[in-house]
Design a protein around this ligand. Sequence first.
Ligand code: AMP
Length: 579
Amino acid sequence: MTQEIENTPAIAPFNTLGLHPSVLAAITAVGYEEPSPIQTQSIPLIMAGHDMIGQAQTGTGKTAAFALPILSRIDANRREAQVLVLAPTRELALQVATAFESFAAQMPTVNVVAIYGGAPMGPQLKAIRNGAQVIVATPGRLVDHLSRNGGLLSTIKFLVLDEADEMLKLGFMDDLEVIFNAMPDERQTVLFSATLPSSIRGIAEKHLRNPQQVKIASKTQTVARIDQAHLMVHADQKINAVLRLLEVEDFDAMIGFVRTKQATLDIAAALEAKGYKVAALNGDIAQNQRERVIDSLKDGRLNIVIATDVAARGLDVPRITHVFNIDMPYDPESYVHRIGRTGRAGREGRALLLVTPRERRMLQVVERVTGQKIAEIQLPDAKVILQARIRRLTQDLAPRVKDKENKNVELLAHLTTELNCSAEDLALALLAKTTEGQAFTLDGVEREQPVLAPRGRDNRDRDDRGGRGRDDRGGRGEGGRGDRGGEGGRERRAPLALSEGKVRCRTALGVRDGVAARNLLGAILNEGGLSRDAIGRIQIRESFSLVELPEEGLESLLSKLKDTRVAGKALKLRRYRED
Ligand code: AMP
């Protein structure tokens, strides 16, 4: 009954897929350059109204694969629930809600609400009643709502089951049946799952109509001569991890891959600030400038290029010893293609990969398809970094010490006389000068490169009914308006624990000013030039809001945002004093 589409079609640009202009504008704002393979295949099917089964794991871009076409098809002027996305965990529900909000940033009438256990039900229900068009929910909590308000889902036109296999593993089968029964039969249903066991096929048989099946073909790939390693890291620790790894990796030239234009700029800027010869390469860069960058990489005026996949297409520089997958590729083919940029001309190459906790499965898929284990490495600590710095300095000085032709004998005599110092004093002064900006003591390195505290695995446990033993601290970004805290006394509740490397900032704008999380997010992303990952949790209160922002560079960020207005009012973001 289902039609399988296995081949990855040629990539068509986003603007040929029939998406709504507001959605296209939002995609440009978040910096996506071209659709991922799963998006290329799914978007036209969903736009054409088909039910669909997508076999894809986290990291393939599956959220946008369903969110973009669905947002393009809803009736933004109808203030009623039209889209229901079911996700297995609170963490995923919050992420999907935040993604919907960023894709709907140019659709002012569209609201998104996240429904999950461990948070009060009142505000969640109120957001649905107020006409949020998109509901992103964990099944358990949604069933709780349904038991009190049976008609809640009667206007749903689009249903998405995200990570369906995970939902079944977590025992949500019965809840799913209750939810199916509470929804109109006339609807479009899309199911995404990393695996398609018979239980999932059973659900599809029963609840989907003539579904089209989309799958990214995974041909076995060979990767020879490339030494591969991966490092587990949280998204907001990536820049720090890149800086540390570069200290200890012995590279000649490197290409770093990221997903968005903004990330190319952010990472290149962070590396440049540390003295690396680096450039960003993304789809916005004109062809002649792009050629200049590639030439500079070839002849050594640049050693690092941070690129999106689109911009790196066709880039072939034999000097490249390292490929750094700072963001995960969408599929194993793309991984193999990326790392093939090193190990050219019979040389050894090295490929590094940063993996966030949610991307573990993608790592396994890459390992399976390439038939190779990708060794796990740890973040180098201060001691290892110090040793690497001393080694580099030694290597740099060794040929000069042996150089009998050194032309500086006279200069040495002149300086020691002029400064009235010994050759040793002079050597120390010169060392201080050459090592400026780089600590050469353990203490100094530790201060310069703050230790990244290991954080727990991401929270993928099932949501519960009525908050059994759960708090609501798990996710980044409070999806939708579920966290308005409108219930008596909640304005003054204790602040949530801060994410790593973040500080809280406060604005006097809140619910009473008509501000939602997505308005703040959109304003800060657009005007602050930050990447999505840089912005942590957003809490909207009645008379103020709190936003987690990176501590590093905070002053300059706040100054960039000083004239920003949200909902027609001055944002006036200030660092929040936790006490
Ligand atoms: P997902 O598989 O939906 O969890 O997405 C994984 C990551 O890829 C998210 O950080 C998305 O923002 C990002 N992403 C999805 N689609 C694209 C795209 N077309 N271009 C760049 N980044 C993307």
